[in-house]
Design a protein around this ligand. Structure first.
Ligand SMILES: Nc1ncnc2c1ncn2[C@@H]1O[C@H](COP(=O)(O)OP(=O)(O)OP(=O)(O)O)[C@@H](O)[C@H]1O
Ligand SMILES: [Mg+2]
Length: 277
């Protein structure tokens, strides 16, 4: 059920994306000439519908993080376009189009150790110049959503790894992003914590309806979370499978033991293997 905080998602369209990283010589200069660059992505097309939850799977080094960074605008493609559909500006803004709010969650929580949980969660709003009361209220609401309402005065060093990741998720959600990019966010956590956070993430998505791109190495995590799974080949990443997962919208622990779940996991496994992973 979508609530009043629901922001909805934006469409993401990648067309003919190519990204080549220069190989540097000992002096740090880019080597020139054919074959001297690391081709991470070459001619990649991907269209993600607004509000979709898409998992990206692929072998280590194939270009998944590169892809997310391009979508986030943290890096530029050498060819092709990465479009995150912009929002219409408010009426009377002269047709100005704002960039859709995007949030990025990394594998490590990346919290500021000298700031409390509340101050960490409020950081994006502080950077955006929101008034103190407003950003504290929004940070409290986001911490409540990730089950950390009681921890707001604590400091990162006092938290478990799973709690830190939840603060990181709250910090991402505080701006009510319309696109949430997650790069192996729960990979370093134990299995139980990871599946709890998977459930929380899926619940946030069901409630708020943002578009989610989720990079993971775990086939079962991809099948459990996503509606669509895109499997990439070794570098340069090309799409070897693009599956709409035939699973119920309600994801519970019991689903993991169902034959339909096993079928999806097997199909994704085969796609990874056929791609040369
Ligand atoms: N800034 C950079 N400079 C040079 N090469 C880079 C840079 N970023 C990535 N690469 C190279 O591009 C390729 C793709 O890297 P990327 O980090 O996107 O892979 P990945 O799929 O996220 O891998 P992993 O699953 O291990 O995180 C790799 O060969 C990597 O070495
Ligand atoms: Mg990566």
């Amino acid at each position: 059920m979508k609530n009043a905080m629901a922001s909805g998602g934006v469409r993401v369209r990648l067309t003919g994306i190519r990204r080549v990283f220069p190989v540097l010589d000992d002096a740090g200069r880019a080597l020139r000439g054919s074959g001297s660059g690391v081709v991470a992505l070459d001619g990649l097309d991907l269209d993600v519908a607004p509000g979709a939850f898409v998992a990206l799977l692929g072998p280590s080094g194939c270009g998944k993080s590169t892809l997310l960074r391009l979508v986030a605008g943290l890096d530029r493609a050498d060819a092709g376009t990465a479009v995150v559909e912009a929002e219409e500006g408010p009426a009377g803004a002269g047709g100005a189009r704002a960039r859709a709010p995007i949030a990025y969650v990394f594998q490590d929580a990346h919290l500021l150790p000298w700031r409390s949980v509340l101050e960490n969660a409020a950081l994006p709003l502080e950077l955006a110049g929101a008034p103190p009361e407003e950003r504290r209220a929004a940070a409290r609401a986001a911490l409540l959503q990730v089950g950390l309402a009681d921890a707001d005065a604590r400091y990162p060093a006092e938290l478990s790894g799973g709690m830190r990741m939840r603060v990181s998720l709250a910090r991402a959600m505080v701006t009510r992003p319309r696109l949430l990019l997650l790069d192996e966010p729960f990979a370093a956590l134990d299995e139980l914590t990871r599946s709890r956070l998977d459930d929380q993430l899926r619940a946030l998505w069901a409630e708020l309806g943002m578009t989610v791109l989720f990079v993971t190495h775990s086939i079962t995590e991809a099948a459990y979370l996503a509606e669509r799974a895109v499997v990439l080949s070794p570098r340069p990443a090309r799409i070897v499978a693009d599956r709409t997962l035939a699973l119920p919208a309600e994801r519970t622990a019991a689903l993991r033991t169902e034959p339909a779940f096993a079928r999806e996991v097997r199909a994704l496994q085969e796609a990874l293997e056929s791609g040369g992973a």
